[in-house]
Design a protein around this ligand. Structure first.
Ligand code: C5P
Length: 302
Protein backbone atom coordinates (compact mmCIF):
# COMPACT_ATOMS: atom_id res chain seq x y z
CA UNK A 1 0.00 0.00 0.00
CA UNK A 2 1.39 3.41 -0.94
CA UNK A 3 0.47 6.57 1.02
CA UNK A 4 0.80 10.03 -0.58
CA UNK A 5 0.02 12.79 1.94
CA UNK A 6 -0.93 16.32 0.78
CA UNK A 7 -1.66 19.40 2.91
CA UNK A 8 -5.32 18.61 3.68
CA UNK A 9 -5.81 15.20 2.13
CA UNK A 10 -4.27 11.75 1.93
CA UNK A 11 -4.15 9.51 -1.13
CA UNK A 12 -3.61 5.76 -0.70
CA UNK A 13 -3.02 3.21 -3.46
CA UNK A 14 -4.55 -0.15 -2.53
CA UNK A 15 -3.04 -3.09 -4.47
CA UNK A 16 -4.72 -6.26 -5.74
CA UNK A 17 -3.34 -9.67 -4.76
CA UNK A 18 -2.88 -13.04 -6.41
CA UNK A 19 -2.84 -16.39 -4.59
CA UNK A 20 0.20 -18.36 -5.74
CA UNK A 21 -0.72 -21.24 -3.45
CA UNK A 22 -4.06 -21.88 -1.73
CA UNK A 23 -4.71 -25.08 0.16
CA UNK A 24 -8.01 -25.58 1.98
CA UNK A 25 -6.99 -27.54 5.07
CA UNK A 26 -10.34 -28.13 6.83
CA UNK A 27 -13.85 -26.84 7.34
CA UNK A 28 -14.26 -25.26 10.78
CA UNK A 29 -17.21 -25.25 13.18
CA UNK A 30 -17.66 -21.49 12.69
CA UNK A 31 -18.37 -21.98 8.97
CA UNK A 32 -14.94 -20.72 7.83
CA UNK A 33 -12.11 -22.84 6.45
CA UNK A 34 -8.54 -23.13 7.67
CA UNK A 35 -6.19 -22.24 4.83
CA UNK A 36 -2.54 -22.24 3.89
CA UNK A 37 -2.09 -19.57 1.25
CA UNK A 38 0.77 -17.58 -0.26
CA UNK A 39 -0.39 -14.21 -1.54
CA UNK A 40 1.52 -11.56 -3.39
CA UNK A 41 0.46 -7.96 -4.03
CA UNK A 42 0.55 -6.79 -7.64
CA UNK A 43 0.72 -3.35 -9.25
CA UNK A 44 -2.98 -3.05 -10.05
CA UNK A 45 -4.41 -0.47 -7.65
CA UNK A 46 -7.62 1.09 -6.41
CA UNK A 47 -7.16 4.71 -5.30
CA UNK A 48 -8.58 6.04 -2.04
CA UNK A 49 -8.64 9.75 -1.28
CA UNK A 50 -9.33 10.93 2.27
CA UNK A 51 -10.45 14.56 2.68
CA UNK A 52 -11.91 16.51 5.61
CA UNK A 53 -15.61 15.74 6.02
CA UNK A 54 -18.54 17.86 7.05
CA UNK A 55 -18.72 17.65 10.86
CA UNK A 56 -18.68 14.03 12.01
CA UNK A 57 -20.05 12.60 8.78
CA UNK A 58 -18.12 9.80 7.03
CA UNK A 59 -19.19 9.73 3.39
CA UNK A 60 -18.12 7.57 0.46
CA UNK A 61 -18.14 8.25 -3.26
CA UNK A 62 -17.23 5.38 -5.61
CA UNK A 63 -16.27 5.72 -9.25
CA UNK A 64 -15.02 3.21 -11.81
CA UNK A 65 -11.72 4.05 -13.48
CA UNK A 66 -11.61 3.69 -17.21
CA UNK A 67 -8.78 1.40 -18.21
CA UNK A 68 -6.53 1.77 -21.23
CA UNK A 69 -5.60 -1.90 -21.03
CA UNK A 70 -9.02 -3.47 -20.93
CA UNK A 71 -12.23 -3.25 -22.89
CA UNK A 72 -13.98 -2.34 -19.64
CA UNK A 73 -13.62 -2.51 -15.91
CA UNK A 74 -16.02 -5.26 -14.88
CA UNK A 75 -19.35 -3.64 -14.32
CA UNK A 76 -20.48 -5.43 -11.16
CA UNK A 77 -22.12 -2.90 -8.85
CA UNK A 78 -20.07 -1.89 -5.80
CA UNK A 79 -22.27 -1.26 -2.73
CA UNK A 80 -21.88 2.35 -1.58
CA UNK A 81 -24.08 2.05 1.53
CA UNK A 82 -23.10 0.94 5.05
CA UNK A 83 -22.29 -2.56 3.73
CA UNK A 84 -19.29 -1.23 1.82
CA UNK A 85 -16.14 -2.50 3.52
CA UNK A 86 -14.56 0.97 3.33
CA UNK A 87 -17.37 2.52 5.38
CA UNK A 88 -17.42 -0.45 7.77
CA UNK A 89 -13.65 -0.10 8.29
CA UNK A 90 -13.91 3.67 8.84
CA UNK A 91 -16.67 3.33 11.45
CA UNK A 92 -14.96 0.41 13.20
CA UNK A 93 -11.73 2.42 13.46
CA UNK A 94 -13.49 5.54 14.74
CA UNK A 95 -15.54 3.56 17.28
CA UNK A 96 -12.38 1.88 18.51
CA UNK A 97 -10.56 5.21 18.87
CA UNK A 98 -13.61 6.78 20.54
CA UNK A 99 -13.58 9.95 18.42
CA UNK A 100 -16.14 11.74 16.26
CA UNK A 101 -13.94 12.71 13.29
CA UNK A 102 -15.50 12.96 9.86
CA UNK A 103 -14.06 12.22 6.44
CA UNK A 104 -15.03 12.38 2.82
CA UNK A 105 -13.69 9.27 1.11
CA UNK A 106 -13.41 8.85 -2.64
CA UNK A 107 -12.76 5.33 -3.95
CA UNK A 108 -11.67 4.89 -7.56
CA UNK A 109 -12.00 1.24 -8.55
CA UNK A 110 -9.63 -0.50 -10.93
CA UNK A 111 -9.53 -3.92 -9.30
CA UNK A 112 -12.42 -6.06 -10.56
CA UNK A 113 -14.84 -7.27 -7.91
CA UNK A 114 -15.89 -10.91 -7.38
CA UNK A 115 -12.53 -11.82 -8.92
CA UNK A 116 -10.48 -13.30 -6.04
CA UNK A 117 -8.06 -10.36 -6.28
CA UNK A 118 -8.84 -8.96 -2.83
CA UNK A 119 -10.07 -5.56 -4.05
CA UNK A 120 -12.60 -4.99 -1.25
CA UNK A 121 -10.18 -6.28 1.39
CA UNK A 122 -7.37 -4.07 0.13
CA UNK A 123 -9.69 -1.03 0.17
CA UNK A 124 -10.64 -1.85 3.79
CA UNK A 125 -6.96 -2.18 4.79
CA UNK A 126 -6.16 1.12 3.04
CA UNK A 127 -9.01 2.74 4.99
CA UNK A 128 -7.75 1.46 8.35
CA UNK A 129 -4.16 2.52 7.65
CA UNK A 130 -5.15 5.73 5.82
CA UNK A 131 -7.58 7.06 8.42
CA UNK A 132 -5.24 6.06 11.27
CA UNK A 133 -2.82 8.52 9.68
CA UNK A 134 -5.35 11.11 8.41
CA UNK A 135 -7.00 11.36 11.85
CA UNK A 136 -3.61 11.19 13.68
CA UNK A 137 -4.79 8.28 15.81
CA UNK A 138 -1.36 6.68 16.17
CA UNK A 139 -2.75 3.17 16.61
CA UNK A 140 -0.11 0.44 16.32
CA UNK A 141 -0.17 -2.09 13.48
CA UNK A 142 -1.21 -4.85 15.93
CA UNK A 143 -4.43 -2.95 16.72
CA UNK A 144 -5.15 -2.39 13.02
CA UNK A 145 -4.62 -6.14 12.46
CA UNK A 146 -7.16 -6.95 15.22
CA UNK A 147 -9.70 -4.61 13.62
CA UNK A 148 -8.93 -6.06 10.17
CA UNK A 149 -9.68 -9.60 11.39
CA UNK A 150 -13.13 -8.41 12.55
CA UNK A 151 -13.91 -7.16 9.04
CA UNK A 152 -12.69 -10.04 6.84
CA UNK A 153 -10.23 -12.90 6.47
CA UNK A 154 -7.62 -11.46 4.09
CA UNK A 155 -7.58 -7.78 5.10
CA UNK A 156 -4.60 -8.33 7.42
CA UNK A 157 -2.47 -9.41 4.47
CA UNK A 158 -2.74 -5.91 2.97
CA UNK A 159 -1.57 -4.35 6.28
CA UNK A 160 1.53 -6.54 6.35
CA UNK A 161 5.05 -5.20 6.04
CA UNK A 162 5.81 -7.50 3.13
CA UNK A 163 4.10 -7.58 -0.25
CA UNK A 164 4.30 -11.40 -0.20
CA UNK A 165 3.12 -13.43 2.80
CA UNK A 166 1.98 -16.86 3.86
CA UNK A 167 -1.41 -16.60 5.55
CA UNK A 168 -2.89 -19.28 7.78
CA UNK A 169 -5.94 -19.78 9.98
CA UNK A 170 -8.88 -18.39 8.03
CA UNK A 171 -6.31 -16.09 6.36
CA UNK A 172 -5.79 -13.59 9.17
CA UNK A 173 -2.49 -15.04 10.50
CA UNK A 174 0.07 -13.31 8.32
CA UNK A 175 3.76 -14.20 8.11
CA UNK A 176 5.99 -12.21 5.73
CA UNK A 177 7.93 -13.95 2.96
CA UNK A 178 10.40 -12.83 0.32
CA UNK A 179 9.93 -13.58 -3.35
CA UNK A 180 13.27 -14.55 -4.92
CA UNK A 181 12.63 -12.25 -7.87
CA UNK A 182 10.03 -9.91 -9.33
CA UNK A 183 7.33 -12.04 -10.96
CA UNK A 184 5.66 -11.05 -14.22
CA UNK A 185 1.99 -11.91 -14.62
CA UNK A 186 -0.81 -11.65 -17.07
CA UNK A 187 -4.14 -11.48 -15.25
CA UNK A 188 -7.51 -12.05 -16.90
CA UNK A 189 -11.02 -11.70 -15.57
CA UNK A 190 -13.98 -13.07 -17.55
CA UNK A 191 -17.29 -11.22 -17.80
CA UNK A 192 -18.84 -12.93 -14.79
CA UNK A 193 -17.69 -13.16 -11.18
CA UNK A 194 -18.12 -15.68 -8.37
CA UNK A 195 -19.34 -15.38 -4.79
CA UNK A 196 -16.66 -16.38 -2.28
CA UNK A 197 -19.04 -18.14 0.19
CA UNK A 198 -20.55 -20.11 -2.72
CA UNK A 199 -17.15 -21.38 -3.89
CA UNK A 200 -16.08 -22.33 -0.35
CA UNK A 201 -19.41 -24.17 0.12
CA UNK A 202 -18.58 -26.41 -2.84
CA UNK A 203 -14.92 -27.10 -2.01
CA UNK A 204 -13.60 -30.38 -0.63
CA UNK A 205 -11.06 -29.63 2.13
CA UNK A 206 -7.81 -31.54 2.48
CA UNK A 207 -7.75 -32.75 -1.14
CA UNK A 208 -4.04 -32.09 -1.45
CA UNK A 209 -1.24 -33.83 0.40
CA UNK A 210 1.22 -31.12 -0.53
CA UNK A 211 1.55 -28.47 2.21
CA UNK A 212 2.66 -24.87 1.93
CA UNK A 213 6.17 -25.55 3.31
CA UNK A 214 7.24 -27.23 0.07
CA UNK A 215 5.99 -24.24 -1.88
CA UNK A 216 7.85 -21.82 0.41
CA UNK A 217 11.02 -23.87 -0.02
CA UNK A 218 10.63 -23.67 -3.80
CA UNK A 219 10.38 -19.87 -3.53
CA UNK A 220 13.79 -19.77 -1.86
CA UNK A 221 15.47 -21.55 -4.78
CA UNK A 222 16.89 -19.60 -7.64
CA UNK A 223 14.88 -19.91 -10.84
CA UNK A 224 11.12 -20.19 -11.08
CA UNK A 225 10.94 -23.71 -12.52
CA UNK A 226 10.07 -25.59 -9.35
CA UNK A 227 7.84 -22.86 -7.91
CA UNK A 228 5.59 -22.66 -10.98
CA UNK A 229 5.21 -26.46 -10.98
CA UNK A 230 3.93 -26.23 -7.38
CA UNK A 231 1.29 -23.54 -7.97
CA UNK A 232 -1.95 -24.73 -6.34
CA UNK A 233 -5.48 -23.50 -5.75
CA UNK A 234 -7.94 -25.91 -4.10
CA UNK A 235 -10.78 -23.50 -4.91
CA UNK A 236 -10.27 -23.81 -8.65
CA UNK A 237 -12.11 -27.15 -9.06
CA UNK A 238 -15.33 -25.91 -7.36
CA UNK A 239 -15.06 -22.56 -9.19
CA UNK A 240 -14.83 -24.34 -12.54
CA UNK A 241 -17.92 -26.37 -11.69
CA UNK A 242 -19.84 -23.20 -10.80
CA UNK A 243 -18.58 -21.01 -13.66
CA UNK A 244 -17.77 -22.26 -17.16
CA UNK A 245 -15.81 -19.07 -17.95
CA UNK A 246 -13.09 -20.11 -15.48
CA UNK A 247 -12.86 -23.48 -17.23
CA UNK A 248 -12.61 -21.71 -20.60
CA UNK A 249 -9.81 -19.45 -19.32
CA UNK A 250 -7.85 -22.50 -18.15
CA UNK A 251 -8.19 -24.01 -21.63
CA UNK A 252 -6.98 -20.76 -23.20
CA UNK A 253 -3.98 -20.44 -20.86
CA UNK A 254 -2.95 -24.03 -21.69
CA UNK A 255 -2.20 -22.87 -25.23
CA UNK A 256 -0.24 -19.73 -24.22
CA UNK A 257 3.52 -19.31 -23.58
CA UNK A 258 3.28 -19.01 -19.78
CA UNK A 259 5.44 -20.80 -17.20
CA UNK A 260 2.44 -21.74 -15.06
CA UNK A 261 -1.17 -20.64 -14.60
CA UNK A 262 -4.11 -20.88 -12.21
CA UNK A 263 -7.12 -19.09 -10.77
CA UNK A 264 -6.62 -16.54 -7.96
CA UNK A 265 -8.52 -16.86 -4.66
CA UNK A 266 -12.15 -17.87 -5.13
CA UNK A 267 -12.10 -16.58 -8.74
CA UNK A 268 -12.97 -15.71 -11.34
CA UNK A 269 -9.67 -14.00 -12.15
CA UNK A 270 -7.03 -16.23 -13.71
CA UNK A 271 -3.31 -15.55 -14.04
CA UNK A 272 -0.26 -16.80 -15.85
CA UNK A 273 3.33 -16.45 -14.64
CA UNK A 274 5.46 -15.20 -17.54
CA UNK A 275 9.20 -15.39 -18.15
CA UNK A 276 9.43 -11.62 -18.83
CA UNK A 277 7.33 -8.45 -19.00
CA UNK A 278 7.60 -8.58 -22.80
CA UNK A 279 6.17 -12.09 -22.94
CA UNK A 280 3.41 -11.04 -20.53
CA UNK A 281 2.44 -8.23 -22.95
CA UNK A 282 2.35 -10.69 -25.86
CA UNK A 283 0.15 -13.10 -23.91
CA UNK A 284 -2.13 -10.22 -22.88
CA UNK A 285 -2.59 -9.20 -26.53
CA UNK A 286 -3.59 -12.75 -27.45
CA UNK A 287 -6.11 -12.93 -24.60
CA UNK A 288 -7.64 -9.57 -25.59
CA UNK A 289 -7.84 -10.65 -29.22
CA UNK A 290 -9.73 -13.77 -28.12
CA UNK A 291 -12.37 -11.57 -26.44
CA UNK A 292 -11.44 -11.72 -22.74
CA UNK A 293 -12.94 -8.48 -21.37
CA UNK A 294 -10.40 -7.59 -18.64
CA UNK A 295 -6.70 -8.34 -19.17
CA UNK A 296 -3.78 -6.73 -17.31
CA UNK A 297 -0.04 -7.14 -17.40
CA UNK A 298 1.17 -6.97 -13.79
CA UNK A 299 4.18 -7.68 -11.64
CA UNK A 300 4.66 -8.52 -7.98
CA UNK A 301 5.18 -5.40 -5.84
CA UNK A 302 8.60 -5.04 -4.23
O1 C5P B 1 -13.77 -13.28 5.62
P1 C5P B 1 -14.48 -12.93 4.36
O2 C5P B 1 -15.59 -11.97 4.58
O3 C5P B 1 -13.58 -12.53 3.26
O4 C5P B 1 -15.16 -14.29 3.89
C1 C5P B 1 -16.26 -14.35 3.01
C2 C5P B 1 -16.85 -15.73 3.08
O5 C5P B 1 -15.94 -16.68 2.51
C3 C5P B 1 -17.09 -16.25 4.49
O6 C5P B 1 -18.36 -15.86 4.94
C4 C5P B 1 -17.00 -17.75 4.30
O7 C5P B 1 -18.22 -18.25 3.76
C5 C5P B 1 -15.95 -17.89 3.23
N1 C5P B 1 -14.60 -18.14 3.79
C6 C5P B 1 -14.31 -19.38 4.32
N2 C5P B 1 -13.08 -19.61 4.85
C7 C5P B 1 -12.13 -18.64 4.83
C8 C5P B 1 -12.40 -17.39 4.27
C9 C5P B 1 -13.67 -17.16 3.76
O8 C5P B 1 -15.15 -20.28 4.34
N3 C5P B 1 -10.93 -18.90 5.34
Amino acid sequence: MLCQPASRSLKVLAPAKLNLFLRVVRRRDDGFHDLETVMTAINVYDTLLFEPGESSNISLRVSMALSRNSHSVTADPIPTGPDNLVLRAAHLLRDHAGGMQGAQITLIKRIPSAAGMGGGSSDAAATLAGLNRFWNLGLPRATLLDLAAKLGSDIGFFLGESSTSVCRGRGELVEPLRLPTCLHFVVARPASGLSTPEVFKHCRPNRTERGVEEFIQSMKQSGLGRMVRLLLNDLQAPAELLNSEVRELRQKFKTLPVLGHQMSGSGTSYFGVCASARLARTVAERLRASGVPWVHVARSCS
